[in-house]
Design a protein around this ligand. Sequence first.
Ligand SMILES: [Zn+2]
Length: 243
Amino acid sequence: MEKIKLAAEIINKSEFTVVLTGAGVSAESGIPTFRGPDGLWKKYSPHQLATYEAFLKNPNLVWEWYSWRREKIKAAEPNPAHISIARLERIKEKFYLITQNIDGLHKRAGSQKVIEFHGNIWKEKCISCDFKRESYEIYKDELPKCPNCGNLLRPDVVWFGEPIDHDILQISFDLVEEADCVLVVGTSAVVYPFAGLIEFSIKSQKKVIEVNLEPTPFSDLCYISIQGKAGEILPQILNYIVR
Ligand SMILES: [Zn+2]
C-alpha cells in the first residue's frame, strides 16, 4: 500500500511520464504470450512461426497463426491496466507510452500517444516494396498480395532476428531521455533492445517504477518495484493521481 502511494506521489510530481509495457499487460486480457503458443500451436516453437525464414518457407502456416491470433485479439477486451494507462495520458500534460505489444489493445483502451515498438498485428507490409496497409482480414487459403508489385504481404510486426525500425528506436530512447519518471508495466525485461530502455532509464537516474507479477533483472535497481497484477495495481495508483 505504501509503495502504491509513493508511486502515485512520484507520478504526480513528474513533468514527463513515459510508460513502458509488455506482454504481462496483454496476458491479463487473455492474449496468449509470444513465448508460449498454446493449444493447437504448441507443437511449433516461436521460431517456426515468427521469423522471416519461417515465413518464406511456409507463408500459409505463418499467416494461419497470425489469423488465429487476430481472432483471439478481436475477441479480447482492454483490461483495467490498459484503461488506467489511457486515463493517465489524459491527466498528464506530457506523457508517452511505448509498448512491446502488437495487439493494439492500448489504442482500443483510448491511448493515443503510443509507440508500438514491435509493430502491430493489424498492419501488413510487402516483403519487396514499401507498400503498407491496415487490415482486419483473416486468411485461410488465399494469402494477401501487394497491389503494387504482386509479392506477398506479411504482418507488420518485428520477428525474431529482425532489427527495430531505426526511427522508432531513436524516438523511444529520446522520449526516455526526456522523461523524469518511467513506469514499467508487465514486462520480464529480458528482451532487447526494449529492455535497453529500462536499463537506460535506471542508468540516467530516472524515477523508475516497475509493476510486474514477478521480480525482473531490474527490480532491485528500480526506485519502486511492485509485484502484482497490473490490472489491480494500476487502478490503485490512479486513485491517488491528482488531476
Ligand atoms: Zn510490393
